[in-house]
Write a protein that binds this ligand. Structure first.
Ligand code: EPZ
Length: 421
């Protein structure tokens, strides 16, 4: 397994380009199942999860052409609408094929995604919504077996705000008979990007970005060309890395209107954040004050940025509190940060971080995608050498992270643990 080796203590400086958003690209690729015509997607990030999904779509019979950040799909003849456990277990977002398969082909067999390091990750709201649209759904030996001659529009209230639940049901509703209203829908920018892509395919959707999304079903969708939005979590991750190392960084190819909560928290931590056309610059005004935060659905502070801020808080002046309200086990990075010298106590879903003057390099283990990012940031801050193990987690959601960090002056390289002395 690969490792990242980091010699920390250097402020990041320079300019890098942000990649396309993983959490927009995954549902948008699944939208390709909704039409028999070719679809072309640009700004698709080169990530492990994207590769996994393209293998899954190919296994169903979708033709897949992959260029540099461009994917062309054609789902004209899908002979095998099945998502097998061996693929789904490596990437839970595979559940996003369920709605499109059921809407286009009337049947689907999708493995229940297992839980993962950060939580149980149920999909009951996906299933309940499809049943409300008339689908017959059984669970058979760990698989969701769904049938529906034609889905029917319905009014669906989602008890919990669910991003992929909203996306699955929105995609299913595009080909249903009649109107579907999703209430308490997720408002994330990635949901909006998917909706814009579907509208480009001929779907009739309004209210996306609000908590009530209305979809009027049509008989079929057309091909389209759509560019995936920039990744707001990658953007936030590099901004935090710059702030935490006392650096001065400019991100280009991004957007500044999809992460207000993150930018506000960085300013509260004593950073100067300058927004431009498709770019954001950050440097510190003075000492890192750290910042307390509480995760919530968009537009509030995103859970996917919680671990990264904890690394910055670890060396901040004073004590901060990080509260995680979305996932039940998203503090796996805490024990690893402690190995680097961080002073963090966990009480239920709150972590109390008492800033220390410095972190000291050590070997740490990545456990999930954003925890890995947190450990890389901590390694950039720490004095001495940090080795982050099991970075396949990181490769799921960050494109060329060590190259981008090296462009910003970080002393970082990848090695396979077979090379470890
Ligand atoms: C999406 O996951 C993202 N993944 C996650 O990003 C992100 O952390 C999460 O949304 C929250 O913003 C993708 O978009 C591919 P949820 P998702 O359904 O949709 C409960 C990353 O690091 N729930 O919004 O799976 C659930 O248990 C990943 O890039 C149900 O109870 O998350 C959780 O407590 C990690 N029943 C809450 O809702 C359901 O049927 C929010 O989960 C569905 C969800």
């Amino acid at each position: 397994m690969d490792q990242l080796v980091i010699a920390g203590g250097k402020p990041l400086a320079g300019e890098i380009e942000v990649s396309g958003a993983k959490n927009a690209a995954l549902p948008i690729l699944c939208a390709g199942l909704l039409t028999a015509q070719p679809v072309v997607f640009d700004n698709v990030p080169d990530l492990r999860d994207v590769g996994t999904l393209l293998r899954l779509l190919g296994s169903m019979g979708v033709t897949v052409e992959r260029g540099v950040h461009r994917v062309t799909l054609c789902a004209e003849s899908v002979g095998n609408p099945v998502a097998s456990y061996d693929l789904v277990k490596t990437m839970r977002a595979s559940i996003l094929v369920l709605g499109p398969l059921l809407a286009r082909f009337g049947h689907a067999r999708v493995s229940l995604p297992g839980g993962c390091a950060i939580g149980e990750r149920p999909v009951d709201l996906h299933i309940k919504g499809l049943q409300a649209m008339g689908a017959r759904i059984d669970i058979d030996h760990g698989y969701i077996v769904a049938e529906a001659a034609r889905l029917k529009g319905a009014r669906i209230f989602m008890d919990t705000v669910t991003v992929t639940g909203t996306e699955n049901l929105m995609m299913a509703a595009t080909l249903a008979e009649g109107v579907t209203v999703l209430e308490n829908a997720a408002r994330e920018p990635e949901v909006v990007d998917l909706a814009e892509c579907l509208i480009g395919m001929g779907a009739r959707i309004r209210g996306h970005g609000s908590d009530v999304v209305t979809i009027e079903g049509v008989s079929r969708l057309e091909g389209t060309q759509h560019a995936v939005m920039p990744d707001r979590i990658e953007t936030g991750t590099f901004l935090v890395a710059a702030a935490a190392t006392g650096g001065n960084v400019r991100l280009v190819g991004t957007r500044d209107d999809t992460l207000d909560a993150v930018l506000d928290k960085l300013e509260e931590a004593n950073a100067i954040v300058e927004r431009g056309q498709g770019e954001i610059r950050i440097r510190m005004r003075g000492p890192n004050h750290g910042v307390s935060l509480r995760t919530s659905p968009y537009p509030a502070f995103p859970t996917d940025m919680q671990a990264q801020f904890m690394a910055m808080n670890a060396v901040a002046q004073g004590t901060t509190v990080v509260t995680e309200t979305i996932f039940e086990n998203r503090f796996m990075h805490v024990q690893e940060l402690r190995r680097l010298g961080a002073n963090i106590e966990v009480e239920g879903n709150a972590a109390i971080i008492r800033g220390v003057s410095k972190l000291e390099g050590a070997t740490v283990m990545a456990t999930d995608l954003r925890a890995s990012a947190s450990l890389v940031i901590a390694g950039l801050i720490a004095q001495g050498e940090t080795v982050v193990d099991r970075i396949y987690h990181l490769d799921r959601g960050y494109e060329k992270i060590e190259q981008k960090l090296s462009c910003l002056g970080a002393a970082i390289y990848r090695r396979s643990d077979g090379d470890a002395e």
